[in-house]
Ligand binder design. Structure first.
Ligand code: SD4
Length: 317
């Protein structure tokens, strides 16, 4: 990943080269897909099937997100998620394409694939966001099956939690958090998806950053894409992913843009920032990527033509 100093140096070299007649411009590194956390590796595999056969970034990020939503061992996304404090699994998701179209669902229960419901909202309604009972009715009317999402394992964990009922988000939650997935396809188009059950044992009705366009996800095909994970309240306060994309528009590298957004959170509340995790992941339209987080421990998966691998994000603390 590129430091700010390296970026400035590389930009200066690039500007010099651009002035030479006949010099070849750098080709975008595509296709490429990035996903948050360890489970991003298998999500990337699902997305790569679409990207490597020339498919659309939008289809790739949806495929990746769906893969994680169906995994019962991932207890922070889709089926098998930890519930809220009332024992209810409520899901948040959003999706955004290369044209700036977007769709979102929040506080959705009983549906295994909120990301696909979000896509349906985007493609078949005049709206961007549906929540709660309305989102459920919309999903059922569109043929999404109703499913019990609370597994015996998650129910057991919730019952154990009830003994103290102390609400305290766990930093890095055993490396199982929101999946944010962003991709650049062979045609040079960007899309992103973000799906989660939110923070475990949250208040019933709580919605985090993940379904909020601009907070948990943002895509601008002229610039880049960004997604977020961690304590959503902190991300919403700075409209994190929109900020990251706008910083890239001003010429920052993806990594530097993510770092600036993390710094913004830390500056607003230095004491609180020490006790929570927030991570940003970004990709620009040239296929360059980067991440930054508050606390050590956030990682992400990258799949490009040289393979699929995990990378540890740099952190403020
Ligand atoms: C939320 N950002 O609902 C999500 C959850 C998450 O680490 O990513 N937790 O706030």
């Amino acid at each position: 990943m590129t430091t700010r100093r390296e970026f400035i140096r590389m930009s200066a070299v690039g500007a010099g080269l651009a002035a030479l007649p006949g010099t070849l411009k750098a080709q975008p590194k595509k296709p490429i897909v990035l996903s948050t956390w360890n489970f991003g590796l298998t999500a990337n595999e699902a997305a790569w099937k679409v990207l490597s056969s020339g498919g659309r970034a939008l289809d790739a990020v949806e495929a990746g997100a769906r893969h994680t939503e169906s995994n019962p061992r991932v207890n922070t996304v889709g089926f098998g998620s930890l519930p809220d404090r009332d024992g209810k699994v409520t899901l948040d998701a959003c999706i955004m394409d290369e044209h700036g179209n977007c769709g979102s669902v929040a506080f959705l229960q009983h549906i295994e694939h909120p990301i696909s419901v979000a896509r349906k909202v985007m493609e078949t309604t005049p709206h961007v966001m549906l929540v709660g009972e309305g989102a459920l009715q919309f999903a059922l009317a569109n043929g999404f099956p109703k499913r019990k999402l609370l597994t015996p394992e998650s129910e057991k964990a919730w019952k154990a939690w009830l003994k103290t009922a102390e609400y305290k988000p766990v930093i890095n939650a055993e490396n199982h958090d929101t999946i944010g997935i962003i991709a650049l396809d062979q045609s040079g188009n960007l899309s992103g998806a973000c799906t989660t059950s939110g923070l475990a044992y949250k208040m019933h009705g709580r919605v985090g950053d993940s379904p909020i366009i601009g907070a948990g996800l943002y895509v601008d095909n002229e610039v880049g894409a960004a997604t977020a994970t961690g304590v959503g309240e902190e991300v919403i306060r700075i409209v994190g992913c929109h900020l990251v994309v706008e910083l890239m528009r001003q010429g920052r590298s993806p990594q530097d843009a993510c770092r600036e957004a993390v710094e913004r959170i830390a500056k607003k509340n230095p004491t609180k920032a020490r006790g929570v995790q927030v991570g940003f992941l970004a990709l620009n339209r040239s296929g360059e990527y980067g991440a930054w987080c508050l606390q050590k421990g956030f990682n992400f998966a990258v799949h490009d033509n040289s393979g699929n691998r995990m990378i540890d994000s740099d952190s403020k603390f």
